[in-house]
Design a protein around this ligand. Structure first.
Ligand code: AMP
Length: 395
C-alpha cells in the first residue's frame, strides 16, 4: 500500500480525490460535514509538507451542469474545517482548469467544480480521466465512499500516475479497519448483523462465516430465521422466500464452527409506529396481529455476554426500528455494550448505513474504535469484493 507516510510533498501539487458529497439544505448550508472533516488529515499532511492540493469531488447526482449541486456552495464550510483559504474553480477539466490548478502555490488549496457535471465521470471515460490527471503531479485517493465505483476520478485516472499515486489517510484507515476484522482480528471475532432484510446481507453473511467465531443476528432479519424454524412471527417483517436459505445458513455456520446467536425475546408492537402499544414476548410466540420491532431484555443480556467476551467486533445494522424512540433501546444498549467492550480492549468497527446513523444519533461515536465513512464501499468490502478504487492504487 503506497501511503502518504514518508512521501515528500514539498513543492508538489497533489490532485486529491475527496468525498465531499455532503448533504445540503434549501439554503445551501452543509447539514453534516463529517466527510469534509474526514479528509482534513490528508490535506493537512500535504500542506504541512509544503505541497498544494487540488481537490476534486462529486456532489449529488446531477444530470449535466446543475447550479444547485455546485461545489461552490460548500467552499466556506471547507475553509472553516481546513482553517486555510480555499480557492474555487468552476470547472474540473480542460485548459482553463489546468491553468487554475497550476497557478496555486505551496500551502494552497483549490476546489474544482463537481465532477459529475460531466457524464464521463461515472462512465469512467479514459480521456476525461487523463484530463483530470493533468491537474497535478501526483494523485491521492481519499474518497472511500466512492472507492467501489470504477469512475474516472476514483479509479481510471490512477493509471496516468506510475508510482505517484497514494492512499490518503482516510482510505488507509478504512482499509486497515476492514482488514483488522476480516484478516487479522484477535479472536474471538464477533459479527453483529441487523437491519431489515436477510436478502440484502446474504453475501456478507456467507463471506463472514470463514472469518468469525460468533454471529449475532438482530433486527428485522430475525423473523425469517424464526419462521424458518417453525416459530410464530405475527406481522413481523419476514422474507418467506428466504426461509430455506436461513436454515441452510444456520447449518453452514455450524459446520464452520460459528456460534449463531438469535434473540430469545423481543419487544412487539400493535402497529408500526412509535406510539404503538408494546409488550415483551418470546421471539417465536408473537401473536398474529403484532410485530417485533426491538430486542427484548433477556436477549440484550445474552448479547452483552458475547460482546464482552469478544476481542474483535463488527457491527452492521440496527437491532430494531431505532428511528422510533420507543423501539430504539435495543440498538442503543448494544452500542453501549460495544463501547464497554472497546474500553476493555476490543477492536470495534461500525460500518454500513444505518448502524453508523444510529451510533451518531445516540452519541456513541467516541466509544467505537472505528466508524466507517462509506456505506456501499463498506458493504462491498464486507462481501469480500476488492474495490476498484483500491486495486487501481496498488497497480
Ligand atoms: P438495513 O438497511 O437493511 O441495514 O436496515 C436498516 C433498517 O432496518 C432500519 O431502518 C430499521 O428501522 C429497520 N429494522 C430494524 N429492525 C426492524 C424490525 N424488527 N422490523 C422492521 N424494520 C426493522
Amino acid at each position: 500500500m503506497r501511503t502518504l507516510i514518508n512521501q515528500n510533498f514539498l513543492n508538489r501539487r497533489a490532485v486529491v480525490r475527496v468525498d465531499f458529497n455532503v448533504p445540503i439544505d434549501d439554503q445551501f448550508q452543509v447539514t453534516d460535514s463529517t466527510r469534509i472533516s474526514a479528509a482534513k488529515e490528508t490535506i493537512d499532511y500535504i500542506l504541512n509538507q509544503g505541497g498544494s492540493c487540488v481537490l476534486i469531488s462529486h456532489l449529488g447526482r446531477p444530470k449535466g451542469k446543475d447550479p444547485k449541486l455546485s461545489l461552490s456552495h460548500i467552499v466556506s464550510k471547507v475553509e472553516e474545517i481546513l482553517q486555510v483559504p480555499v480557492n474555487f474553480f468552476d470547472d474540473c477539466v480542460g485548459a482553463a482548469a489546468e491553468q487554475a490548478a497550476s497557478s496555486i502555490v505551496s500551502g494552497n488549496v483549490i476546489l474544482m467544480e463537481n465532477l459529475r457535471f460531466y457524464k464521463e465521470e461515472t462512465a469512467g471515460d479514459l480521456d476525461f480521466a487523463e484530463g483530470l490527471s493533468k491537474l497535478g503531479d501526483c494523485y491521492v485517493n481519499d474518497a472511500f465512499g466512492t472507492a467501489h465505483r470504477a469512475h474516472a476520478s476514483t479509479t481510471i485516472m490512477a493509471q496516468f500516475f506510475k508510482e505517484e499515486k497514494f492512499f490518503g489517510r482516510l482510505l488507509e484507515k478504512e482499509v486497515n479497519a476492514i482488514e483488522k476484522v476480516m484478516k487479522s482480528g484477535e479472536k474471538p471475532v464477533l459479527a453483529i448483523l441487523g437491519g431489515s432484510k436477510v436478502s440484502s446481507k446474504i453475501t456478507i453473511i456467507e463471506n463472514l462465516l470463514d472469518k468469525i467465531d460468533h454471529l449475532i443476528i438482530g433486527g428485522g432479519m430475525v423473523y425469517t430465521f424464526v419462521k424458518a424454524k417453525g416459530g410464530g412471527v405475527g406481522r413481523s417483517i419476514c422474507e418467506d422466500d428466504y426461509c430455506d436459505y436461513a436454515l441452510e445458513l444456520l447449518e453452514k455456520a455450524k459446520a464452520k464452527g460459528v456460534q449463531v446467536h438469535l434473540p430469545v425475546d423481543v419487544i412487539i408492537a400493535e402497529d408500526f409506529s412509535n406510539d404503538a402499544n408494546q409488550k415483551i414476548c418470546k421471539v417465536d410466540e408473537i401473536p398474529n396481529d403484532w410485530e417485533g420491532l426491538d430486542a427484548g431484555p433477556q436477549t440484550l443480556k445474552n448479547f452483552e455476554d458475547i460482546v464482552m467476551q469478544s476481542k474483535t467486533i463488527l457491527w452492521n445494522g440496527p437491532l430494531g426500528v431505532f428511528e422510533f424512540e420507543n423501539f430504539s433501546s435495543g440498538t442503543v444498549t448494544l452500542g453501549e455494550y460495544i463501547g464497554k467492550s472497546t474500553v476493555a480492549g476490543a477492536f470495534s468497527l461500525v460500518g454500513g448505513g444505518d448502524s453508523v446513523a444510529a451510533v451518531k444519533q445516540f452519541g456513541l461515536e467516541d466509544k467505537m474504535s472505528y466508524i466507517s465513512t462509506g456505506g456501499g464501499a463498506m458493504m462491498e468490502s464486507l462481501e469480500g469484493k476488492t474495490l476498484p478504487g483500491i486495486t487501481a492504487l496498488m497497480e
